[in-house]
Design a protein around this ligand. Structure first.
Ligand code: HAM
Length: 416
C-alpha cells in the first residue's frame, strides 16, 4: 500500500493514551455537570438527509455552502454527515413527538464533520459536548444555559482562560430593520469592502460583523449596532438575560459584533472565548433558536442551546488524569504461574484491577509493578501454594504480610 495512504486523512486524528483519557474525562464532566441541571442524554444518527441541514443552517452559511460531507447513497438518497447537532436534535424532537415533554433538557456528544481548512483547534472530524433546552421561551432558560456553560468551564479548570461574550440578534422584526440599515451603511463603502463581505452584503449582511478583514473591521466601528434596532420585546428580553447573569455573579461582555455562523439563531447569542488558540477563539458557543423547529415543520417551540468543541477543550485544559492503580500478581515457579492465571481471574471477577505480566522473572515483574504504580503485589511460589498462603506487599507502606488464600479477598478490600 502507498505509504501516504497509511496516514490519517487530512483534518482527522487518532486519539491515543493520555489524549483519549482527557477526551473521556471531558465527556464525563459534561455528563455529570449537566445531569445536575436535569439534562437527559440522547444519541442521534451520525447522518441525516441533507435537507435537514440545508434548510436550517442557512444557504449562505460556510457550513452549508462549503463544508458539508454530502453524498448520494446506494438508494439515491442525498445524505450528509452531521456538521452540528442542533438540526438533527430538532428533527428527532419532531419525529419522536416529544412536544408534550417540554421543557426538555438534552445532552449529547459525538463526532461531527466539516470540510474546513485544518488548523490548531480546527478539524474535519471533531467532537462536541452539546446541550439543548427545548420548549422554553423564558429568558431564565438562556441564563440557565449560559450558567451551565460557565460552570462546565470552571469544572474543566478553565475559569481564568475563558471570557463570556453575549449579544442579542433580536427577533425577525428587529433583524429585518437592522439588516436594511446595515445594507444602507455599507452600500456607501462598497469599494472598500473585502470580497467576502461584498458577497455577504447581498445575501446575509449581518455576517459582515464577523469579518476578520482589517479594513472591514475599521468600517464596522461606525456601522449601526443591532442594539439600536431591537424591538421592545427583544430589548426587554436581552435586559432580562443580562440581569439574570448579574444575579448569578457571572461576568460578561456585551459584544455588539457577535454573530453566529449558523442562521437559525434569534435573540441571545453567546460564546466563551479564549485568546490562546489563535484564530479559533470560540470554545463554547450557542444561542437561542426560536424558529428552527417550526421551520422544520414542527410546532412553534422556542429553544436555546450551545456546544463545546472537545478538541479545543483538550488543547486548553490541563486535566489531571488519575490512573487506576493495579494489584500486581507475582508468581515464582511453574505451578505458581499456572495458579496466577486462575487467581487473577477470580480477583478480576470480584472487581479488582489486577495486572499479571505475561512473562518474566520476579525482578522484571516487580519492576513492572513499580512502573504501573501498583498498590500492592501478591507474591507466591510453588511452596506457598502447597500451603495455601501468599505474601501481600503493600507498596505505599512497604509492609508485607502472609495470608491464607481463603482470606485474600477480605485482605485486599482496602485496595478496591
Ligand atoms: P458552532 O459555533 O458551529 O455551533 O460550534 C460550536 C463549537 O464547536 C465551537 O465553538 C468549537 O469549539 C467547536 N467546533 C466547531 N467547528 C469545529 C472544528 N472544525 N474543529 C474543532 N472544533 C470545532 C454549533 O455547532 C451549534 N450547533 C451550537 C448550538 C447548540 N447552538 C444551539 N445549540
Amino acid at each position: 500500500m502507498d505509504n501516504n495512504k497509511l496516514q490519517p486523512a487530512r483534518g482527522v486524528k487518532d486519539l491515543i493514551g493520555d489524549e483519549f483519557l482527557q477526551f473521556q474525562k471531558i465527556i464525563d464532566i459534561a455528563r455529570q455537570t449537566s445531569s445536575n441541571f436535569g439534562f437527559m442524554e440522547i444519541a442521534t444518527p451520525i447522518f441525516e438527509f441533507t435537507e435537514i441541514f440545508k434548510r436550517t443552517l442557512g444557504a449562505d452559511s460556510d457550513v452549508v455552502g462549503k463544508e458539508m460531507y454530502s453524498f448520494i447513497d446506494k438508494g439515491e438518497h442525498n445524505i450528509t454527515l452531521r456538521p452540528e447537532f442542533t438540526a438533527g436534535i430538532a428533527r428527532a424532537f419532531i419525529s419522536n413527538g416529544l412536544s408534550q415533554h417540554v421543557p426538555l433538557r438534552l445532552f449529547t456528544t459525538g463526532a461531527l464533520f466539516r470540510y474546513e481548512r485544518p488548523q490548531k483547534g480546527r478539524m474535519r472530524q471533531f467532537h462536541q459536548i452539546n446541550f439543548e433546552i427545548i420548549g422554553a421561551k423564558e429568558a431564565k432558560a438562556d441564563v440557565e444555559a449560559i450558567s451551565l456553560a460557565v460552570l462546565l468551564a470552571n469544572n474543566l479548570g478553565l475559569k481564568d482562560k475563558l471570557r463570556l461574550e453575549i449579544n442579542s440578534l433580536g427577533d425577525n422584526e428587529s433583524r429585518a430593520k437592522y439588516k436594511s440599515e446595515l445594507v444602507q451603511y455599507f452600500n456607501d463603502y462598497k469599494n472598500s469592502l473585502s470580497e467576502d463581505s461584498l458577497r455577504r452584503l447581498q445575501i446575509n449582511p449581518m455576517r459582515i460583523l464577523d469579518s476578520k478583514d482589517e479594513n472591514d473591521k475599521k468600517l464596522l466601528k461606525d456601522a449601526p449596532k443591532m442594539a439600536e434596532f431591537l424591538s421592545s420585546y427583544a430589548a426587554d428580553f436581552f435586559e432580562q438575560v443580562k440581569a439574570g447573569l448579574t444575579n448569578l455573579s457571572i461576568d460578561f461582555i456585551h459584544n455588539p459584533l457577535l454573530v453566529r455562523g449558523l442562521d437559525y439563531y434569534t435573540h441571545t447569542a453567546f460564546e466563551l472565548t479564549t485568546t490562546e488558540l489563535g484564530a479559533q477563539n470560540a470554545v463554547f458557543a450557542g444561542g437561542r433558536y426560536d424558529n428552527l423547529i417550526k421551520i422544520m415543520g414542527g410546532q412553534d417551540t422556542p429553544a436555546i442551546g450551545f456546544a463545546g468543541g472537545i478538541e479545543r477543550l483538550i488543547l486548553l485544559s490541563n486535566l489531571v488524569i488519575e490512573k487506576k492503580q493495579p494489584i500486581s500478581i507475582v508468581p515464582i515457579g511453574e505451578k505458581a504461574e499456572f495458579m496466577a492465571d486462575k487467581l487473577s481471574f477470580i480477583l478480576r471477577s470480584s472487581g479488582f484491577y489486577i495486572d499479571l505480566a505475561l512473562n518474566g522473572n520476579v525482578g522484571k515483574r516487580l519492576k513492572r509493578a513499580d512502573k504501573l504504580n501498583a498498590q500492592a503485589a501478591i507474591i507466591f511460589g510453588d511452596d506457598e501454594l502447597a500451603n495455601n498462603i501468599v505474601k501481600i506487599k503493600d507498596f505505599a507502606t512497604g509492609e508485607e504480610q502472609i495470608t491464607n488464600t481463603s482470606q485474600l479477598i477480605d485482605k485486599l478490600a482496602i485496595y478496591s
